[in-house]
Design a protein around this ligand. Sequence first.
Ligand code: C2O
Ligand code: CU
Ligand code: CU
Length: 537
Amino acid sequence: MMVDGCGRFASVPQSYLDASLSIDGMLSHWKYFGVTKMDRRKFLLASAATLVVGRAHGQMNHGAMDQSMPDMKGMMGGNKGKPISLPEGAPLREPAKLINTSSEPGKFVAKIIAAPAKVQLAKGLETPILAYNGQTPGPLIELTEGDHVEISFANRIPKQDSTIHWHGLVIPSNQDGGPREPVKSGSERVYAFDIAANSAGSFWYHPHPHGKAAEQVYRGLAGALIVKSKLDPIPPEFGDTVLFMSDLRLAADGTLPPSTMIDIMNGRVGDHILVNGQKNPLLTLPSGTSRRFRLYNATSARFLRMTFGNLPVTIVGTDGGLLEAPVNGGRDIMLAPAERLEIIVTFPTTGIVKLTTLAYDHGWMGPGWPRDEGITLLSVNVTADKAYPATPLPTKLRNIAELGAPALTRRFSLSETMGMDANGMTMGFLINGKSFDMQRVDEVSQVGQVELWEINNPTDMDHPFHIHGTQFQVTETERAGVITKMPFRALKDTVNIKRGETVRLLTRQDLPGVRMYHCHILEHEDLGMMGQIDVKA
Ligand code: C2O
Ligand code: CU
Ligand code: CU
């Protein structure tokens, strides 16, 4: 493994180096061009050059190189050709709920099995996936503030460790399902934790095994988790509709293709964005309805900038639950990977309203930037069935306690690096110049200590930054010396650090133990953009 002044490089996990993709051919090309270690821009130029030379002139007299050309194309460019189409327009499914087998009030007991399954996504094609209790997305876990939870987890994924990480919940570190607590293939464990008072919000769960999180998520493992409030201020007439967005790429034979180099660098972006496992489902609502939606970005690497067309969106909640008061979100909302939003939308007139994507440039390495513009995620059929009584939204939703003055400031800087060594290509996504090492504690903190975290992203790609075990408050962002203050308090566990930007946030860990913080583009997390903070009791 190559080590240099700016830290260690992470080797590309073997799962990415699928046998059908000729890495050797690719590497000999780079070596031919005298490329041994380079920054990202040079890397892109070099790889583009090899493709052009190889195809246009075919003058390489090295047989292996010529043979590797089609493979390299596939590897660099991702999934080319026409994507397999999926059926659209079926009624929006409400996600099936995880069944509570306890009859004791305040207790939630259930079982989750992660195992291979086969589903039909495209007509006439069988797709082998990984499923939680046979389904993707996994069952909706609906908990209530104050619940005691015991969920037993069986890992039946052949030959791979797994975990269930309860993204966003503030629970003991040894129940958090991070990479330090792997559940071996064929074994089981129980996750037991209490849901704190006043912690209602839209959370989710997904695998977090060392180096395999991205792969297990794109193969189908992720689900929504809601903590309901005992005193929910949002009127029940607004409903509560989960829109859990995931990403899917299908090969021509219906299988999920392995990730390409482009996927590893940018995070895997599929051919379809699914909502509750469906492509462009249809929700029917009477005109005049105001609806509460919980939007989840459960994709590995899509930056979902979305609009309901002309309809204004009212934001009532973020990752960690409700805001203090509703906020006018305009006509344009944004969810980076792993973020959530609770919104209210009023549908005043009959007709079809579409939730569609807008372009957002988050920085892209190499060819194939998916502009992600104009994709319909959901259609709402607004009917004239009945006049709906207009219930007003309360002006006050709850209090979010101020965190107060920080005891210290921690600074984090994100970087990307690439190189090659005798064993092949290496690629690193780093925090403070370091690649993740389970044996290394990067930061030491104290229970209850308020800290200012300053995360700087000088790279030319956005990185959504996530901290385990806490709900933090972003205070400001800075770009080119210009500071923008957060106009309201909100609880977050993931915040997009835009390229060229610095984000400052206040955070406090209330429970002891080692916690992860990382980029939530899961490929980047797997490739090292993760650190550990040890919170001392
Ligand atoms: Cu949702 Cu450490 O992750
Ligand atoms: Cu998490
Ligand atoms: Cu990243």
